[in-house]
Every structure is written in structure tokens, then in C-alpha cells.
Design a protein around this ligand. Sequence first.
Ligand SMILES: NC(=O)c1ccc[n+]([C@@H]2O[C@H](COP(=O)([O-])OP(=O)(O)OC[C@H]3O[C@@H](n4cnc5c(N)ncnc54)[C@H](OP(=O)(O)O)[C@@H]3O)[C@@H](O)[C@H]2O)c1
Length: 288
Amino acid sequence: VKSFVVTGASSGIGWATAVLLAENGHRVFATVRKEADAHALAENPGITPVFMDVSEAEQVAEAAAKIRSEVGEAGLDGLVNNAGSGTALPLELMAPAQLRQQLEVNTIGQLAVTQALLPALRRARGRIVMIGSIGVRAVPPFTGPIVVPKAALTALTHILRQELAPWGIRTILVDPASIRTDAGEKLAAAAEATVENFSAADRGLYGAAYKTMTSRFLALDVAGSPPSAVAEVIVHALTDQRPRAHYTVGRNRRRLSMIPRLPIRLADALRRRVFGIPGPGSVIGAPR
Ligand SMILES: NC(=O)c1ccc[n+]([C@@H]2O[C@H](COP(=O)([O-])OP(=O)(O)OC[C@H]3O[C@@H](n4cnc5c(N)ncnc54)[C@H](OP(=O)(O)O)[C@@H]3O)[C@@H](O)[C@H]2O)c1
């Protein structure tokens, strides 16, 4: 029996991964933030819920200590850094404090959890799976709050992979493309609230394009692959004898991966078409 940690297992990709690992006979520590999610997960034999907010240093230390003592000498066979969340916002309107918080939840927290579990991972020559995003390649407008931290997480993953290789620890990047999870609904709800909170001037600047972009983005996700598709790739990355260093999974992955290979002007024109963004110079003057 191997032991794995999956962060952000209350729903979506994390839930599907924890359940699939447990179904395959593994022991799973699944992190959650709410009592109800812990109860729901604990109904699956093999899953032990652990409370942890990845952006709270004390909670990370406490959860890691618990996991390390449970796995003991055998060590930990794998860590899936899946927890993450993001909204959409034009960068002009994003307070630096908001970006700092997004980095805590989507980049720094992942490093902190990894650091805390590395002693146990090193013991078992375990694997680390980081959940990035195809957004790092597609980089659509207004996705700064999530894509900026995911771009940093991607670089962090490439560096960790090299730094940890001497111990036989594999670090693997899994980029989901369009996946149908609660994340889409959360984004849509947050987007609606966000536009409501725009000042009249800001709504004049960004309101229409923002609404178009978020609704098209949601449509892509709603028509996306189920989270089980990503879970299967993660389990393969954790257990296959010769895993790849990087996987991309889900609907639209080919189309979206192609964008950075185009000349930048063409890529921008394509993004404008897909997401309904006004053309360069097409908005005249400033609202008063
Ligand atoms: N869905 C997609 O199309 C897509 C595409 C690219 C990348 N991804 C990535 O895939 C991963 C999973 O997303 P999902 O689609 O499955 O979304 P989801 O259903 O919203 O799941 C996100 C999970 O992260 C947890 N989480 C959020 N903030 C946290 C924090 N500060 N500390 C600990 N846990 C936290 C959530 O817990 P709570 O329930 O407690 O909030 C939840 O369990 C994320 O990293 C996301 O960026 C998703």
C-alpha cells in the first residue's frame, strides 16, 4: 500500500483524484478546510481527511506533522499540490494586496506544503505532482489573478524537478485545459460580484469586455472534460514506472497549446475573437 497526499480534495479534480487513488487500494491523506467536506471524504475507505489552508503557515506545519507521523519510516509516496483558486480581474483594477493573496494560495502555499512534506517524500523516493494550468500558455486577458501565480508555479515546478532529481524524487507538472468543475461556477459568481463592485468609471472602462470574457470562459469550462479525466492522468503520473515530466489534459488542450506558437499579433487577434475583447485603439477617450 502506498501513501499519497492530495490538497484541495473537497471538490473537482482533488476529490476525483483522492477517490481514484483510494479505489486503487492506496492510503490517501486528503486536505480540506470544512468539516462537512471531511465527513464526506471519510466515507471512502482509505481516505483520511486532514484540515489545511495552504496559505496558513501554522496549518501547513500542523497537517504535515500529522501526515509525517502517520506514514512514519515508510515515508510518503506522492504529493499532489492541487489546491488553488482564482477570480478574473483586469490587472489595472487588481489591488497589489489581492495579487499577494493569490500568490499565497496558488504558489507560495504549494512550496510551503512541499517543503513540509519533503522529509517524508525523500524517504520513499516519492513524487510531487503540481497542478498548473493551460492558462499559462493561453494567457487570456483578465485571468491575471490565477494565471500570474500559475506561471510562477510552473517555473517553480521546473526548478524543483531539477533540484530534487538527485534523490530520485520526480516532480511532474499536470496542466488541466477545459475541465467542468465547481471552479467555473465559482469564477462566474465571483465575476458577477466583481462587476457589481466596479466603480461607474471602471465599469465604463472594462465592464462590457469583462462580462463577455467571463461568460465565454465559463462556456468553455462547462463544455469541458470531467475532473475524472485529470484524476486519471495524475494517478498515472504518481504510479507509472516511467512518467513524463509534463502532461496536458482536457478539452481544447491542443487549440490552447497552439496559441504561444503563433506570432504574438496573431495570437492576440485570436484571443480577442475567442474572448470578445475590443480591438487595439477601438475604445476612444476616457469616461468622465
Ligand atoms: N477547472 C479547470 O478548468 C481548471 C483548469 C486549469 C487548472 N485548474 C486547477 O486545478 C486545481 C483544482 O481545481 P478544480 O477545478 O478542481 O476547482 P475546485 O473544485 O474549485 O477545487 C479547488 C480546491 O482547492 C481548495 N482550496 C482553495 N483555496 C484553498 C486554500 N487556501 N487552502 C487549501 N485549499 C484550498 C478548495 O477547497 P474549498 O472547498 O475549501 O474552497 C477545493 O478543494 C486548481 O489548482 C485549479 O487552478 C483547473
